[in-house]
Design a binder for this molecule. Structure first.
Ligand code: FRU
Length: 511
C-alpha cells in the first residue's frame, strides 16, 4: 500500500505535468486574443518588422525579437518566411544580441554582384542584413548607449548569419542614429541607405559601392510631423495608378507613435517632396500602426508591399496577450493616385488573404434606424459593405458586440469623418493610457454619397480599408471570446447598407 502510495505520489504529478504540456501544445496559436491570419511569434515579444526581402520565391520576415521574454529587451532578429505573405514558417533566430550590442531595426538586400566580396565562389549569392548596433557599455545604465550601422551576411538564404568583422560600417559616434533602409539604386549602380537622426527629425541619405564604405549624400527634414522622434525610414518606388509605367518615390517614416509619408522624386542623391509641405500624410489613422517598411527585391511585375507593427509604444508592453506580445499588420500592396494635385497612397491587403475565405454570408440591402444584429457571429472574418449614410447620420458597424457595445467603425456624415472607437470594446484596464486612447478619426469624402468599407477582424486586431484603400485604420481590441456579434447601427436618422458580405476566414496557422 505504502509502496503504491509512493508510486502514485511520483506518477500523478508527472501525469499532471504531461497533461498540461499536451494541453499547452494543443492550444498553441489557439490562445485567447491570438490572431489567426496575422503574423505573431509563437512566444515572446516582437516589435518592428526588419529586413523584408523576397528571394528565391520566399518572402523573408525578420523582426525585432526578445528571445528571453515577453517585454522589450535583448533585441535580436527573429526570422520567418512565407511564399504568400499570409502563411508563415518560423525559423531559428537569425542575428542575436551579443557582447552588449543589441540588433536594432534595419533592412536586408541580395548582393547579386557580390559587391561585398562575402561570397567565396560563384554559386553563392550573399544576403546582407544592414542593422543598427545598439551598444550599452553598462547594463545598469540603459540610457547610456551608442548606435552605429553594422552588417551581417548569410550564404544560405538567411539561415545562418556571420557578423562582419570590421563593424561598424557607418558610425557618427552618436547616441541616436538608426534604422537603415538600404536598397540597390540601379541607375547609379550603387547601394543607397536612408537612416534617421531621430531627435533632429532628419532622414540622411548615404551611398556605397560595397555596403562597407558609405558616403553622405544629403539630408531630408525636418518636415511634416515633428512632434516626436523619427524612426524607421523606408524609401520605395510606387506605381501611379492608371499611368502605365510611371512611378514616384515614397518616403515613409515613423514618429512615435504614428507614421507619415512623403511622395516625390529621388535622383540617387536627394529626395524632393512634391506634396504640399503644410499637410501631413499618413498611411494609417488608427492607434496601432508603426515602423512600417517595404519589401526589397520583389519581382518587377508585383506591387510594392508594406508591413507594419500593429501596436503602439504607449501601451505595447502591457497588452494582455500571452505567451506572445505583438503582431504584424496585414501586408499591404501600394499604389499612388493623384487627387486634387496631391499624391495619395492607396493600400489594400495582399491577395493571399482571400484564399482563407469560407463561404460568404451576404445580403443585398438594409435600411437601419438605430441598430440591426446580423446573423453571423465571428471574431475571425472579413467584411465588405457599401454604406450610404443619411444626411445627418452617424452610422456604421459594431464588432465584438455582446455584453459590451463593441468596437465601432463609423462614418459621421455631417462632419465627413471616418472613425473607430474601442471605448466600450474589450479589456481596458491593463494600461491607464490605453483606456484614454479609444477614439480615432480621419476626414473622408463619400464618393457619390457612398462609403466602401473593407474590414478585417482577427480576434485582437481590426483593420479598415475605406474607399478602396484611400484611408486605412488599424486598431487593437481585447474582447471576450463570446462577444462576437456583428451589428449595424445608425444614429441621427437612418442609413442604408448595401452589398453586405461577411466571410469567416480560416486560420493561416493550422496546417
Ligand atoms: C522603433 C524602434 C527602432 C529601433 C527598434 C528597437 O519601434 O524604436 O527605432 O531600431 O524599435 O527595438
Amino acid at each position: 500500500m505504502k509502496k503504491l502510495a509512493l508510486h502514485c505520489s511520483f506518477i500523478l504529478p508527472l501525469l499532471f505535468v504531461a497533461t498540461i504540456a499536451i494541453r499547452g501544445q494543443q492550444k498553441a496559436y489557439g490562445e485567447k486574443y491570438r490572431p489567426q491570419f496575422h503574423f505573431t511569434p509563437a512566444v515572446n515579444w516582437t516589435n518592428d518588422p526588419n529586413g523584408l526581402v523576397f528571394y528565391k520565391g520566399r518572402y523573408h520576415l525578420f523582426y525585432q525579437y526578445n528571445p528571453y521574454g515577453i517585454k522589450w529587451g535583448h533585441m535580436s532578429w527573429g526570422h520567418a518566411e512565407s511564399t504568400d505573405l499570409i502563411h508563415w514558417n518560423h525559423l531559428p533566430i537569425a542575428i542575436a544580441e551579443k557582447d552588449g550590442t543589441m540588433i536594432f531595426s534595419g533592412s536586408a538586400v541580395i548582393d547579386e554582384n557580390n559587391t561585398t566580396g562575402f561570397a567565396k565562389n560563384t554559386s553563392e549569392i550573399p544576403m546582407i542584413a544592414i542593422y543598427t548596433g545598439h551598444y550599452i557599455a553598462d547594463t545598469s545604465r540603459l540610457d547610456d548607449y551608442l548606435q552605429s550601422q553594422q552588417i551581417a551576411y548569410s550564404l544560405d538564404n538567411g539561415r545562418n548569419w556571420t557578423k562582419y568583422s570590421n563593424n561598424p560600417v557607418l558610425d557618427l559616434h552618436k547616441k541616436d542614429f538608426r534604422d537603415p533602409c538600404v536598397f540597390w539604386y540601379a541607375p547609379g549602380k550603387k547601394w543607397v541607405m536612408a537612416v534617421v537622426l531621430p531627435r533632429e527629425h532628419i532622414v540622411q541619405f548615404y551611398s556605397s559601392p560595397d555596403l562597407k564604405k558609405w558616403n553622405h549624400l544629403s539630408d531630408f527634414g525636418p518636415a511634416g510631423d515633428i512632434k516626436d522622434i523619427w524612426e524607421c525610414p523606408s524609401l520605395a518606388q510606387v506605381p501611379v495608378a492608371g499611368s502605365g509605367e510611371k512611378k514616384k518615390w515614397v518616403l515613409f517614416n515613423s514618429q512615435q507613435t504614428t507614421m507619415q509619408y512623403f511622395v516625390g522624386e529621388f535622383n540617387g542623391t536627394s529626395f524632393v517632396d512634391e506634396n504640399p509641405s503644410s499637410k501631413i500624410y499618413r498611411p494609417d489613422f488608427g492607434p496601432d500602426y508603426y515602423a512600417g517598411i517595404t519589401y526589397n527585391h520583389i519581382p518587377e511585375n508585383q506591387l510594392p508591399v508594406l508591413v507594419g507593427w500593429a501596436n503602439n509604444w504607449t501601451y505595447a508592453a502591457d497588452i494582455p496577450t500571452k505567451p506572445w506580445r505583438s503582431m504584424m499588420a496585414l501586408p499591404r500592396e501600394l499604389v499612388l493616385h493623384k487627387k486634387n494635385q496631391e499624391w495619395i497612397l492607396y493600400q489594400r491587403p495582399v491577395p493571399a488573404v482571400y484564399g482563407l475565405r469560407k463561404r460568404p454570408w451576404s445580403a443585398g440591402h438594409f435600411e437601419v434606424q438605430d441598430k440591426k444584429d446580423l446573423p453571423v457571429r465571428s471574431q475571425q472574418c472579413e467584411i465588405e459593405v457599401t454604406l450610404q449614410p443619411g444626411a445627418q447620420s452617424i452610422s456604421g458597424l459594431r464588432l465584438a458586440h455582446g455584453n459590451q457595445k463593441g468596437l465601432e467603425i463609423g462614418y459621421d456624415q455631417k462632419n465627413k469623418i471616418l472613425f473607430m472607437d474601442r471605448g466600450d470594446a474589450g479589456s481596458q484596464s491593463f494600461n491607464q493610457k490605453y483606456a484614454h486612447m479609444s477614439r480615432y478619426e480621419t476626414k473622408l469624402e463619400s464618393g457619390q454619397g457612398k462609403i466602401l468599407l473593407h474590414i478585417f477582424f482577427d480576434h485582437s486586431i481590426v483593420e479598415v480599408f475605406a474607399n478602396d484603400g484611400e484611408k486605412v485604420m488599424s486598431m487593437q481590441i481585447f474582447p471576450d471570446e463570446q462577444d462576437n456579434m456583428i451589428q449595424l447601427f445608425s444614429e441621427n436618422g437612418p442609413a442604408s447598407f448595401h452589398n453586405v458580405k461577411i466571410w469567416e476566414l480560416n486560420s493561416a496557422w493550422t496546417k
